[in-house]
Design a protein around this ligand. Structure first.
Ligand SMILES: [Zn+2]
Length: 383
């Protein structure tokens, strides 16, 4: 398939290694592209605060259409393995990685689509609304970057976060509270051969608790997982400690807290039964939100979908995103699908035709009063 600008931008961004806390080089390239479009950029000090090599990137573009600005956002970091990423465009429009790494469409697809939409607005001189841009760092660590973005700077009350798998036209309007926890079971060490009765077996106590924790989706909209278990010193020592790490998600914040108490209770009971003790720590990584289906942001998105000829679909997700933090700061947002599939795996892929449709959709959002047809959006790119 003939290469085009959309793919070239995607490919160029993909080749940059941009792991969480190491987004500096990527941010530099993105800033130069935004500046080229006449957008004033500013980087905050989030990198310094969280130990990364750059901060969240903010941009503003004044528009001729009235009303407060709309916020468009996509994150700059990727998960691993990502070193040496490449984007291979296939004849049918699918874009895959070279095989040994992730592709990084999460979230370079989102960034590419925003850049292309802005470029076409500039070329076609279609009047648009004022636009705020936020490209956060460290989204893949529970949105550490957007959690500390400079919210006093943001004027937008409506956000479109391009960071979702699914068909173009799909959007998530609700996302969960995510609580991570760590149970540290303390027993007593003893020689496993000479004096096993002197020991208190921490791993055994933890294991009994783990088998009682309802893993998976114990009720609709709630998930619970234990992901790491570590403990013990040697085969001939009754293990003194065992550390169990997990998480709970729920679309309801209070339900997540209830499940956390339940899991804590199970560990307390099993530790007590074994004569061990447990210290239980937790952290609320992100907080649940629900953007009402009749809100302005949903209604605008629906109109934009109709004008772009894509099917509008609204649903909740059990994945967190930067939008969880935006919601905490009074910004109503949607997380919208932007051509990323099987993310966080080396099978990850994007699709140039989907990205093209999403560019048209995003242009519609930006230019509300003069909706683009799919043909108009595509023309500028000579697909
Ligand atoms: Zn993402």
């Amino acid at each position: 398939m003939k290469a085009n600008r959309l793919y070239e931008t995607f490919r160029e961004l993909i080749t940059i290694y941009s792991p969480t806390f190491g987004e500096g080089e990527f941010s530099y390239l993105l800033q130069s592209k935004l500046t080229g479009l006449g957008i004033v950029c500013e980087e905050d000090d989030a990198g310094m605060q969280i130990g990364g090599n750059c901060g969240n990137l903010y941009g503003f573009l004044e528009g001729a259409l009235p009303g407060p600005p709309l916020l468009f956002s996509a994150h700059m970091d990727t998960v691993e393995p990502a070193r040496g990423k490449e984007a291979i465009l296939h004849e049918n429009g699918k874009i895959t990685s070279g095989g040994g790494t992730i592709l990084g469409a999460d979230d370079v697809s989102g960034i590419t689509i925003i850049l292309e939409a802005l470029t076409r607005l500039k070329e076609t001189k279609i009047p648009h609304k004022s636009i705020e841009l936020l490209f956060p760092v460290a989204e893949e660590r529970y949105g550490l970057g957007s959690a500390i973005a400079n919210y006093s700077k943001l004027q937008a009350k409506e956000a479109y976060v391009l960071d979702l798998s699914g068909e173009i036209g799909e959007a998530a309007n609700a996302a969960p509270t995510l609580i991570s926890f760590m149970a540290s079971v303390q027993g007593r060490a003893a020689h496993a051969g000479f004096a096993p009765k002197d020991g208190i077996h921490a791993i055994s106590a933890a294991a009994k608790a783990i088998t009682r924790v309802p893993m998976g989706e114990p009720e609709p909209g709630v998930t619970c997982n234990i992901g790491i278990v570590s403990g013990g010193e040697a085969g001939n020592i009754v293990p003194e400690s065992c550390i169990v790490t997990g998480e709970i998600r729920s679309l309801s914040h209070s339900t997540a807290l209830e499940w956390l108490e339940r899991v804590h209770g199970i560990f307390k009971e099993e530790a007590k039964a074994a004569g061990a003790s447990v210290s239980f720590m937790h952290r609320c990584e992100i907080t649940a939100y629900e953007t009402p289906a009749d809100s302005a942001v949903v209604r605008r998105f629906k109109r934009a979908c109709e004008a772009a000829g894509v099917a509008f679909k609204l649903h909740s997700t059990l994945g967190g995103s930067d939008n969880n933090h935006f919601a905490l700061h009074g910004i109503e947002g949607l997380v919208i699908a932007c051509s990323m599939h099987q993310v966080h795996s080396t099978r990850e892929y994007a699709d140039i035709h989907e990205m093209e449709r999403c560019v048209g959709l995003v242009m519609n959002l930006m230019t509300e009063e003069e909706l683009c047809t799919p043909e108009k959006g595509a023309a500028a790119n000579n697909l």
